[in-house]
Design a protein around this ligand. Sequence first.
Ligand code: BMP
Length: 212
Amino acid sequence: MADLLLALDVKGKSEAVRVAGACTGEVDAIKIGYPLVLSTGLGIVKDLAKAGIPIIADFKVADIPNTNSLICEEVFGAGCSGIITHAFCGHDSLAACVDAAHDHGGVCFVVCEMSHPGALDFLTGENAERMAGMAKAAGADGIIAPATRPERTAILRDIIGTSMKIYSPGVGAQGAQPEDVKKYVDGIIVGRAIYESADPKSAAHEFRVRAR
Ligand code: BMP
């Protein structure tokens, strides 16, 4: 049984509030990222938080430890409850995000393997497995692993065990189905298949039921 996370990659406050409002009660968290925040500013977090749904900031943080800490301060100060970071900058950069998240009572998820075809150039195989080990050693709350390659997500699950969560993108527009991956993960991430739907609430409801 997996949760449903809405990837709210729309542009502008009114569209974000419309889709988030429609999906209230159907999604367990909202993932925001550069498309929305660059078009509205980080103040959008407060607007979305009114719906009472946890907001996870997908900024795929990838810098030196000090800069990562500064980014996390802004994210959690704005009202987000989670951050998504990369691991390839090394253990100290990763620790900066994990520590900042925990200092603010939030959670930190680590990208290990990505869902798109180009991930096979680098963000897969031994690199992904090593980063899963790094995420575990750093005390991260979970990892990001692809619904498009469930067999890879199963391998990453074996590395991190069951005390950490896996959130999995790639369902819907990227071709994966909830049923492909739900037994390996704690949440599926769905964007376009919900927010581009004529009826986002019904689309979210259907994904939620299928993820269960
Ligand atoms: P969509 O369902 O529209 O494909 O959106 C997927 C979301 O998950 C996007 O926000 C994307 O940036 C994110 N994502 C992904 O698709 N694959 C990854 O490996 C990691 C991601 O964060």
